[in-house]
Design a protein around this ligand. Structure first.
Ligand code: ZN
Length: 313
């Protein structure tokens, strides 16, 4: 035993030195992004596939709900409510993403507050039945207000209503890939769908590495990250590949609760510009970092913008 001791010590110290990277997966726009554009059979199929894959990964996730997606022509649609129920039944934590996905930068604060409350009705009831609570709020477009007054007022309102803000560090344009993926699907172009899927994973690897670098630059270490993706057909097909990529970068999947225990999230955020940007950059801007700190973000391939006709800003 004695002769093995140095080896054991070496293995132990390497394990201590190489603390595993940590990441929490957060999924927006439940029950399904762009559900109103899909036929019933299709949104049922995609929801089932996405939830099945999420469960198979055994990694915690939190989903953020827009209850306006439960309506068809202003009437509550039971088949859409059923899709939300699937998330609850799968045991996932759910948070509030407002009712109708407005920007805090664009509507009066009172309207915004009402939209938050309107957005919790059905989900809260479901969670209650499951013995759970709604604890987190995600700002639509990650837009948090154009003045400190508005930003602080929203934060106060959220606190008073039992919500904690769910920040995002690994910001990305996955939503644009998803839009392109849907368009390729509608054109029955499976070759393009495959290209978009593969490019999506490579792009997300680049983004992850970029934010690791920015975290190192700001905090001198890789903080516990919060990843934003959406409930969509792209992730229904590529969630396994996404998780494999993240695991290959030596990440452990943790809950949002655990991620926010990282003291980095106590950093001051006085960001009041229009962009829906990563909290790492909000903290950096608040700390007065100069222009050279920012930039060089891995870009979404140009063909994605061209094909979708979407505009980056
Ligand atoms: Zn959203």
């Amino acid at each position: 035993m004695k002769k093995f001791l140095p080896i054991i010590l070496i293995i132990f110290s390497v394990a201590v030195i190489q603390a595993q990277n940590k990441i929490a997966v957060t999924i927006d726009d439940l029950p399904l992004s762009r559900i109103r554009y899909y036929e019933k059979d299709y949104y049922q199929l995609v929801t089932d596939k996405l939830i099945e894959n999420l469960k198979n990964q055994n990694a915690p996730v939190i989903g953020f709900v827009n209850e306006y997606k439960l309506y068809t022509d202003s009437t509550l649609d039971e088949s859409k409510v059923k899709q939300l129920k699937k998330w609850v039944d799968a045991g996932f934590e759910l948070g509030n993403h407002t009712f109708s996905h407005p920007s805090a930068n664009k509507i009066p604060i009172e309207e915004y507050k009402q939209d938050i409350i309107k957005g919790e009705r059905i989900t809260k009831e479901f969670l209650k039945t499951a013995g759970k609570e709604m604890r987190y709020f995600r700002h639509p477009f990650l837009q948090t207000g154009l003045s400190l007054e508005v930003k602080n007022e929203i934060e106060k309102f959220l606190r008073e209503n039992g919500y904690k803000i769910a920040p995002v560090t690994i910001d990305n344009s996955e939503w644009a890939f998803s839009f392109a993926y849907d368009k390729a699907f509608n054109q029955h172009d499976s070759v393009l769908m495959k290209k978009i899927g593969e490019d999506y994973i490579n792009y997300m690897r680049d983004r992850l590495e970029y934010w690791e670098g920015q975290s190192e630059a700001l905090f001198g270490r890789n903080i516990s990250h919060t990843l934003l993706i959406h409930a969509n057909p792209l992730n229904a097909d590529y969630y396994d590949e996404l998780c494999n990529m993240i695991r290959a970068k030596d990440y452990e999947f943790i809950t949002l609760d655990e991620a926010l225990k990282d003291e980095a999230y106590q950093s001051e955020d006085r960001f009041i510009k229009s962009g829906g940007i990563s909290w790492i950059h909000r903290w950096a801007i608040t700390r007065g970092k100069g222009k050279d700190f920012f930039g060089n973000e891995p870009e979404t391939p140009k063909y994605i913008w061209d094909f979708t006709g979407l505009n980056y800003e």
